[in-house]
Design a protein around this ligand. Structure first.
Ligand SMILES: Nc1nc2c(ncn2[C@@H]2O[C@H](COP(=O)(O)OP(=O)(O)O)[C@@H](O)[C@H]2O)c(=O)[nH]1
Ligand SMILES: [Mg+2]
Length: 393
């Protein structure tokens, strides 16, 4: 295994590196395969041969060893005591892909799950710039004034691939983030799921255990992300801006169909009348759609998140919905179905994780990959071979 090291190297450093190479100290540094033969001394990129992993001998006693480990019981206790730093650490642990954190996060979730579930989970979607973050801030501040504790899984506006709006600092929800009764967890919107991570559900459960009773998940409209969020929230709100054409997009992508409320934001100034007209048109159009939640006709509202208008109506709608769906048994049934969904997707992830981390697969994969790329092996055969390798080990 080799590691590429890129560095700005001074002439002196370069000499040292070259002399190490020339002295043959263990062939540690060498030029990359694509180096220019004539200028090989002037290369700032070197390949460093990886050192063989030394097996460390554990000389510590059990007590010492444990003190370096994450103590799950302590972490659970702190989360239940509503310690925000502990909650943040727990989420990082659960989101970690490393093998060493896997067992720990499983233990943590097992202990946390009995304390989770007691919240209203809300998904908020809309194209970048629709005003999601601004709305979440306004709604969050309003809910805190009513005595709620709010957790927000937000799209990180600073990550470059996010498509998160960079139009204003509102996106960072600065006022909301200063509230002690609010916990904001940013997640990058890169990849296919626009801000929703593989671990959003687990994160929600952790937030609930820490006493947050309203959880808001923000997602950038990329089609698939709405479907993913829909399958983990109680109420789904689509934010639109009149006259931008994204209303039609919403219909096209089938997002309107999965929404419990549609809100025309930026209903202020010149845009106010236009928003009201669009809202009326939408109300009529919705007659033709089958509601996602049985017996619940999606509400169409207007708001100005910037001017703090229409926020109370949005919350009233959510409360009415929760009351209705609880009375009809829909709330509970949906949560159960979502748990089942969670089980299935966790199984999928777990199988994938086990497959790709299996030593046998890891050993055989590079060669098989090469054979596929060079056309020596058809895809079907490669699949069969890898599965065989996995199951026979
Ligand atoms: N006029 C007006 N501007 C708004 C409103 N809500 C958000 N904005 C602005 O729209 C831009 C994008 O808002 P942001 O909340 O970041 O959108 P997001 O990408 O959907 O999260 C910012 O400059 C906001 O100040 C609103 O109700 N009215
Ligand atoms: Mg945003």
């Amino acid at each position: 295994m080799t590691i590429l090291s890129f560095a700005k190297v001074s002439t002196k450093q370069l000499k040292t590196i070259t002399s190490i190479m020339e002295n043959g100290s263990g062939n540690k540094y060498k030029n990359p395969e694509w180096h220019d033969e004539k200028n090989k001394d002037k290369f700032a990129v070197k390949i460093v041969a990886a050192e063989p992993v030394k097996k460390s001998v554990d000389k510590t006693g059990p007590a010492e060893k444990n003190s370096r480990e994450i103590k799950i019981d302590e972490l659970v206790k702190k989360i239940l005591d509503r310690d925000r730093a502990a909650l943040a650490r727990a989420i990082t642990l659960v989101e970690s892909n490393s093998e060493q954190h896997y067992e720990k996060s499983k233990q943590l979730l097992e202990k946390i799950l009995p304390y989770s579930g007691n919240s209203i989970r809300i998904g908020i979607s809309g194209i970048p710039g629709a005003g999601k973050s601004t709305l979440i801030e306004a709604l969050g501040l309003y809910l805190i004034s009513l005595g709620h504790k709010i957790a927000v899984l937000a799209v990180d506006p600073s990550s470059s691939i996010t498509k998160g709006s960079i139009l204003g600092d509102k996106t960072r929800m600065e006022r909301l983030s200063r509230e002690p009764n609010c916990f904001i967890r940013p997640s990058p919107a890169g990849g296919t799921l626009g801000g929703v991570t593989r671990k959003s559900r687990e994160t929600m459960a952790l937030c609930e255990a820490a006493g947050y009773d309203v959880i808001i998940v923000e997602t950038v409209g990329v089609g698939q992300s709405e479907i993913a969020v829909r399958s983990m929230v109680d109420f789904f709100l689509l934010l639109m801006v009149a006259g931008t054409g994204d209303d039609l997009q919403g219909i096209k992508k089938g997002i309107v169909e999965i929404s419990d409320a549609l809100v025309f934001n930026k209903a202020d100034g010149e845009n106010q009348t236009r928003s009201e007209i669009s809202a009326e048109e939408f109300k009529n159009a919705l007659h033709f759609l089958r509601p996602y939640t049985e017996g619940w006709k999606p509400k169409v509202l207007t708001a100005s998140a910037l001017n703090n208008e229409g926020i109370e109506e949005i919350w009233n709608t959510i409360e009415t919905f929760v009351k209705y769906s609880k009375e009809k048994g829909i709330f509970d049934k949906r949560r159960k179905e979502q748990t089942l969904d969670w089980v299935y997707s966790t199984i999928e992830n777990e199988l994938k994780r086990r497959f790709y981390s299996s030593p046998a697969v890891r050993e055989n994969l590079p060669k098989i990959k090469e054979d596929i790329l060079s056309g020596r092996m058809p895809a079907v055969e490669a699949v069969e071979k890898l599965l065989k390798v996995y199951f026979n080990n």
